[in-house]
Every structure is written in structure tokens, then in C-alpha cells.
Design a protein around this ligand. Structure first.
Ligand SMILES: [Zn+2]
Ligand SMILES: [Zn+2]
Length: 160
């Protein structure tokens, strides 16, 4: 079991979590919440997994002869340059958002149309000390996941 701490101040950010070998496929569209239209969480409570592919901001154009989703699980993205793909960090620590309940909103978070931030503008959640540590994706247009930034957290052993 692993506990995640803020790398800046050492505060505990999560309860003890169990590693999954991969991030699961998100629940199907039909399992969205009725009121908020938010997706059901990708991760089960009490677990984490490492996202090996780039995920989140910044986004860069695909080469001319390529196309595909912007990042794993969270759909397609385009601007005036055409289809975009994530050039964001690798090794994000993916959790159920309710397993890091003490994080603070950052004012510049990009809000989606209804149920929360899209999570496509970089880190949007901070430790109580002020250090940005995570990206929350919670809008109806995307998955419901919290991504701890690998460079902004450190791990501790829950048994010691
Ligand atoms: Zn901190
Ligand atoms: Zn929405």
C-alpha cells in the first residue's frame, strides 16, 4: 500500500492505496450520473495506477498524415491547427477523485459546461501549502479521474 505526499510540504494527500497494473477502461457512457452528467469514476476507490502515455496539457498538432484521440480515454481534441494530441507528462498517478479529498481548487481551472473542470489546461488542484499537485477531469465531456503529477508528489510506505 502506498500513501502519496506533497513533495513541497510533505502533507499526506491520500489514504493508503493499492497499485493496479494498468488504468482500467472507463465505465460506459450509460453509467453517467443523471443530474450532473458526470462519468462514473475510471478508478475504483482505494486504488491507483500509473498512466504511461502523455496525458493532459500541453497539446500539439498531429502530423499531417496522422490522427487519433488527444489522449487515452478522454476523446478527441482540435483547434484551428487541426487534431491535437497530448504532449503532457507521462507517469501521472491516476486515482478516484474522492481518494484525495483535501485538495484546493486553483482559480485558473478550466471549467467544463456542467459537472467540473475538463482538465485540459494543466494542473488545477493544489496542496494546502499552495503547490499545484494534480489535475482533476470531471466534465461531462471527459472521464472522471484525478491525476497526481509525478513530479509534485512523493510516495510513502503505509506499513512503516
Ligand atoms: Zn504541500
Ligand atoms: Zn459538461
Amino acid at each position: 500500500m502506498t500513501i502519496f505526499h506533497c513533495s513541497g510540504c510533505g502533507a499526506v494527500l491520500t489514504p493508503p492505496l493499492t497499485l493496479l497494473s494498468a488504468v482500467p477502461e472507463p465505465p460506459p457512457y450509460e453509467e453517467r450520473e443523471q443530474g450532473t452528467r458526470r462519468s462514473a469514476a475510471t478508478m475504483p476507490r482505494g486504488h491507483y495506477a500509473i498512466e504511461p502515455e502523455p496525458w493532459g496539457a500541453p497539446y500539439v498538432p498531429y502530423a499531417d498524415d496522422e490522427d487519433g484521440p488527444a489522449q487515452r480515454r478522454a476523446g478527441w481534441k482540435a483547434d484551428e491547427r487541426g487534431l491535437l494530441k497530448s504532449a503532457g507528462p507521462r507517469s501521472n498517478v491516476v486515482l478516484h477523485p474522492e481518494d484525495a479529498p483535501g485538495l484546493e481548487f486553483l482559480a485558473e481551472a478550466s471549467m467544463g459546461c456542467c459537472s467540473g473542470p475538463v482538465g485540459d489546461r494543466g494542473l488545477n488542484r493544489a496542496c494546502r501549502c499552495g503547490q499545484p499537485v494534480a489535475t482533476l477531469a470531471a466534465d461531462c465531456s471527459t472521464v472522471y479521474e484525478l491525476h497526481l503529477d509525478a513530479g509534485s508528489v512523493r510516495t510513502g510506505d503505509a506499513t512503516s
